[in-house]
Design a protein around this ligand. Sequence first.
Ligand SMILES: Cc1cc2nc3c(=O)[nH]c(=O)nc-3n(C[C@H](O)[C@H](O)[C@H](O)COP(=O)(O)OP(=O)(O)OC[C@H]3O[C@@H](n4cnc5c(N)ncnc54)[C@H](O)[C@@H]3O)c2cc1C
Length: 567
Amino acid sequence: MAEYQAPLKDMNFLLFDVFQADKLWQNLPKLADHVDKETSEAILQECAKIAEQEIAPLLRVGDETGVSFKDGAVTTVPGYKEAFNTYAEGGWTGLGGDPEYGGMGMPKMITALHEEMLCSADISFSLYPGLTAGAGLSLAKHASEELKEKYLTRMYAGDWAATMCLTESHAGSDLGIIRTKAIPQDNGSYKITGNKIFITGGEHDLTENIIHLVLAKLPDAPAGPRGISLFLVPKFLVNEDGSLGERNGATCGSIEHKMGIHASATCVMNFDDAEGYLVGELNKGLACMFTMMNFERIGVGIQGTGAAVRSYQNALEYAKDRLQGRSLAGAKQADKEADSIMVHGDVRRMLLNMKAMNEGARALTSYISMQLDKATYGEGEVQAQGDALTALLTPVAKAFFTDLGLEATVAGQQVLGGHGFVREWGQEQLVRDVRIAQIYEGTNGIQAMDLIARKVAGSKGQLMDVFIADMQAYIDQTSAPQMQEFISPLSEAVKDLKTLTDEILAQTGDDINILGASANDYLHVVGYTGMAFVWAKMAEVALSKQDSGDDFYQSKLKTARYYFARL
Ligand SMILES: Cc1cc2nc3c(=O)[nH]c(=O)nc-3n(C[C@H](O)[C@H](O)[C@H](O)COP(=O)(O)OP(=O)(O)OC[C@H]3O[C@@H](n4cnc5c(N)ncnc54)[C@H](O)[C@@H]3O)c2cc1C
C-alpha cells in the first residue's frame, strides 16, 4: 500500500481560492474572533501529520488483528490506544465542539477536511472520535445545562467516547417500531431496558467511560416515530464531582464478525435497568438524534471520499511502477522490458475517473459544509439558505459519495490487476472497508427516499429551487468567453435537473410509487449536476492562475475538461 499523503494543497485551494472561506468566516460574528486563514492552514497541516504518521500505519494491522471480545470487554488493535491518546491530547476530539464546554469551535468547512484525512488513513479509527463528535453536537443542542457540563466537556477532551444506539434486531430503517423501554424514576432519571445491535464503539478500551445516546420509548408513548425519546446512558455512572461511580447496566453481549472495518467494534448492547437521563423533550427523540445523524451522514459521505482518495493514491503509485506491454504509439521506455501501464489509455481512464470524481466530491463536500456553517453560525437570509441547502444535500453527500467510494476502490483494484485482489497490496481492504458506508447511517436507498420524497416532494420542489437558483446565479454572472466551455454544459445540466424534478413531481399525482422507483437515479443526477457546478467554479480559479507556472492549476483545468467531456 502506498503511503498516504494528505492532499493539503487541494484542500487549501478549495477553502480560500474557490469558496473564499476566510471572507465568509469574517462575516459570521460567531466565528470571526477565532477562525482565520492562518489558523485553518495550521490546523490542516497538523492534522495531515497525525493522519499520515500516526493513524495510516495502523490500517493494515487493524484489518489483520481486528478487535477482540472476552468476558464483556473489547480490546482494540495494538497501537490504537496510543494513537487515540495522541489524537485526544492534540485537542482533535473537540475540534468542532462548542467553545463554552472546551471545544475548539471550528466550522464544518475545516472539520470536514480533517475527517477526510482521518478516513483516508483508516475508516475504522475515524469512527471512534467521529461518533463522539456527532453525539457532542446533539448534546450541545438539546441536553440540559447540567448534562452538558458533566458529559460534554469530558467528551470534547477525549476522556470519554460516545455511541449512537438506534438499531434493534427487528428495527433498522424503521425506527418507529423500536422496543427499548424507558421507565421514569422518582429522581427524574429513567431506567432503560432493551437490546440494541450493530452499535459502533459500544464497548472498547480507548477511553475510561463510554456515553451511549439511546433511543427508547416510555410505556405510554404514542406509537411510531412520534413516541421515541432520547436518553444519555453512561457505561459508568458519574458522581457529582465528575469522578466515575458504579458500573451502569449497559453491557456488551458480543461483537460482530464483518466483511470490513475489522478494527471498529460493532457491538450487541444490552441495557438492563440502566440509569439514563432524558435529552431534549419527551417523544422528540428522533429530532434530537437527527442533529447527530445529519452530521454523521455527511461524515459517512466523507468516508466514501476518504477511501476513494486512498485508492487513487495506491493505484497511481502502482501504475507508475508496473511494466506491462507497450504504448500504442511505440515504446516509451525502450530501455526496459515493457512500458509502465500508465501508457495505456484504459489505465489512464480509470485513474482520471478517480481523480475527477475525488476532487469533485471534496469540492461538493466543501460547498455543503459551507451551507452547514451558514445554517449554524449565520443569521436571516444567509441562515435560511444554509438550512435549505444542508437539508437538501445531506442525503446526496451520504449516498452519492459512498457509491463513488466503492466505485473508486474497485477501479483501483482493476488498475492493480490480480494484485488488487490479493491481500499483499492492501487494495482489497479498501473495497471491504468502504462497502459498509453505503449501508449504515441509513442505507443509500433510504437517503434517496429522504431526498426525493421528504426534501423535494415534501417541500413541493422549493428546496430544489433554492439549489437551482444558486447554480443559476453563478451561471448568469459568469460571462467570460473562456468559461463558456464549462458554463454551457453546466447550464444544460441545471435545465435538465429542473425539467426532471418538475416531471417527477407532476407524475406523483398518478402514481406515488414513481418516487421510490426513481429515487436512486434522481439522487445521482443531483450529485453529478452539483459536481458540475463545483467543477466549473474550480475551473474558473484555475483559468485565472494557469500562467502562474504552477502545474497544479494546469492539472485542475485538464481534470475539469475531462469531467465535462466524459463524466
Ligand atoms: C458495521 C455496522 C455498524 C453500524 N453502526 C451502527 C451504530 O453505531 N448505531 C446504530 O444504531 N446502528 C448501526 N448500524 C445499523 C445500520 O444503521 C443499519 O444496518 C441500517 O440502517 C439498515 O438497517 P437494517 O440492517 O435493519 O436493514 P433494513 O432496514 O431491513 O433494510 C433492508 C433493505 O430494505 C430497504 N428499505 C427498508 N425500508 C425502506 C423504505 N422505507 N424505503 C426504501 N427502502 C427501504 C433498505 O434500503 C435495504 O436495502 C450499523 C450496522 C453495521 C453493519
